[in-house]
Design a protein around this ligand. Structure first.
Ligand code: CP
Ligand code: NVA
Length: 303
């Protein structure tokens, strides 16, 4: 049975923690320069219907590191764009590829692709969630705080795809997530959350960061929401991660952002480049955690 990586909610606490610890091992191997190539002869197709720097490059380098190969595919160069169905495309691509990564708008498209593909499908971001990002964030938290369970995360700003995946992670991993967003700017809590962690919604960012271990933010205007730019900027103007907000949290608080950042909008340069920020470690960890996903899903005997 093939295994996909579509949403964090599809995994148990044990499975997610196993991905994190395997990522740390793969990171150590790479730092030592020890080759590890279980995906020799395997090819990952990567369909991107939205731009990407980190996801595209880290998956491509990850496949290379693991001895495999990747193909960068854009919708406008596929017959998908001329009306070939997702079902037919999934069946055909499965005859060439060993795995498919897709970044797109509608989450349903990813589910449909996965339903019809005979090879593993990985979600590289949809309008609804961004599971591969949060896995890298978990490795970063483990490295910096030395634990995941019980960690208090304050997510401040637009309650978007990244927030939605955070809600899943917190509930599965027994973390404490507070989401501070203005009314009407947060996706509803997923209906099928696990029983462990707590997810609380509030309007006041200062209340959310009180005693937080991590302050997390993301852009105010996600890809595909460009028409809402002015409305979002005005609604979210009091939700910036700046020195005052960071000072209101503990002195060891980590500041996280999945990047790309819009400096002086959702976060100031002073904070993004400051001592609390771990954003470059998060970006680097995309490579290591995604290698753990690729190894698990694509190597022989995976499942
Ligand atoms: N964080 C993230 O997914 O970045 P990209 O959009 O550059 O892939
Ligand atoms: N919420 C952002 C994340 C980018 C990695 C977006 O969807 O554009």
């Amino acid at each position: 049975m093939k295994k996909d990586f579509l949403s964090l909610i599809d995994f148990t606490q044990e499975e997610l923690l196993a991905f994190v610890s395997r990522s740390a091992e793969l990171k150590a191997l790479r730092k030592k320069g020890t080759p590890h190539q279980p995906l020799k002869g395997k090819t990952l197709g990567m369909i991107f219907n939205k731009p990407s720097t980190r996801t595209r490059i880290s998956f491509e380098v990850g496949m290379f590191d693991l001895g495999g190969h990747s193909l960068f595919l854009t919708a406008d160069h596929l017959q998908l764009n001329r009306g070939e169905s997702l079902k037919d495309s999934a069946k055909v691509l499965s005859r060439y590829l060993d795995g498919i990564l897709i970044r797109t708008f509608d989450h349903q498209e990813v589910l449909e692709l996965a339903e019809h593909a005979d090879v593993p499908v990985i979600n590289g971001l949809t309008d609804l969630n961004h599971p591969v990002q949060i896995l890298a964030d978990l490795l970063t938290i483990q490295e910096k705080i030395n634990r995941i369970e019980g960690v208090k995360v304050a997510y401040i700003g637009d309650g978007n795809n990244v927030t939605y995946s955070w809600m899943m992670a917190a509930s599965i991993l027994d973390m404490d997530l507070r989401v501070a967003s203005p009314p009407g700017h947060c996706l509803d809590k997923p209906g099928n959350l696990g029983p462990l962690g707590t997810v609380e919604f509030m309007e006041d960012p200062y209340e959310a960061v009180k005693s937080a271990d991590v302050i997390y933010t993301d852009v105010w205007v996600s890809m595909g929401q460009e028409d809402e730019t002015e409305a979002k900027k005005s609604a979210l103007k009091n939700y910036q991660i700046n020195k005052d907000l960071v000072d209101a949290a503990g002195k060891n608080v980590l500041v996280m952002h999945c990047l790309p950042a819009h400096r002086e909008e959702e976060i100031t340069s002073e904070v993004l480049d400051g001592p609390h920020s771990v954003v470059l470690d998060q970006a680097e960890n995309r490579l290591h955690t995604q290698k753990a996903i690729l190894e698990k899903l694509l190597s022989n005997g995976a499942g």
